[in-house]
Design a protein around this ligand. Structure first.
Ligand SMILES: *[C@@H]1O[C@H](CO)[C@@H](O)[C@H](O)[C@H]1NC(C)=O
Ligand SMILES: [Fe+2]
Length: 218
């Protein structure tokens, strides 16, 4: 197994309209539909966290997909989640473009992307200890954190009705739907494990859960 190398550097520059878009109105572009810089800065800062979530899910999906772990349902779930997070980042960049806001950011991601905080290669023994319940818990905590951050954006964008609207629905709406799904999954895994306090039957419970995940029944 090769050492996982998680270091992504994204250099993004989207949009050609400068921040002067509103200071130098073209034609009759009214001041009242200009953006609020507190709001747009909050959006720009947030995009990094969407990429962070995408990369972390990618990493988690890769771990569950290894033959030692062999949980194809969880691998599928996390890889799909990674795609969804990446699409959130794109959605936000599209939003900035729509409003004519210059977006230029450099992102560096380090080891904090890893699920188990470590810069070491994850060992075969550690792979064996990965539990579905702890992975779901990790995912839920990350989503709660992202939801808090999006609430802060809505607050900072309260004077910009359009931004506040977009970040409330669909974006905040999707956060709550996603969190509800993970909470339900945690509950289902918990029930499957019941009656096996000493890990007896745990692998079988995880196998059943994973198959349900694979078939889209969770
Ligand atoms: C941005 O936030 C600061 C601090 O809260 C505030 O003083 C300022 O008026 C805000 N700017 C705009 C354009 O709303
Ligand atoms: Fe997201």
């Amino acid at each position: 197994m090769k050492q996982w190398c998680i270091f992504f550097l994204l250099a993004l520059a989207v949009g050609t309209n400068g921040d002067g878009f509103c200071e130098e109105p073209k034609g009759n572009y009214p001041k009242s539909v200009c953006f609020n810089s507190n709001c747009t800065t909050a959006i720009k800062n947030h995009i990094k966290f969407e990429f962070h979530a995408a990369f972390k899910y990618l990493y988690m999906g890769a771990l569950f997909g290894q033959y030692i772990v062999e949980r194809p349902g969880m691998a599928k779930f996390f890889l799909e989640s990674a795609t969804e997070e990446r699409s959130h980042a794109i959605q936000m960049m599209d939003y900035l473009n729509l409003r004519g806001i210059k977006y230029g950011r450099n992102y560096a991601f380090g080891n904090d992307l890893l699920w188990k905080l470590s810069n070491q290669q994850i060992t075969k023994a550690e792979l064996k200890t990965l539990s579905i319940a702890s992975a779901l818990q990790e995912a839920l905590e990350m989503e709660i954190d992202v939801t808090k951050k999006i609430n802060e954006i809505v607050e900072k964008c309260s004077d910009d009705f359009h931004a506040a609207d977009v970040f409330t629905n669909p974006i905040l709406e999707e956060q709550h739907t996603g969190m509800r799904k993970i909470q339900g999954a945690i509950q289902m895994m918990d029930e499957l494990k019941r009656g096996h306090p000493n890990n007896e039957g745990l692998y079988f419970a995880e196998y059943i859960f994973d198959q349900k995940m694979l078939k889209g029944e969770v």
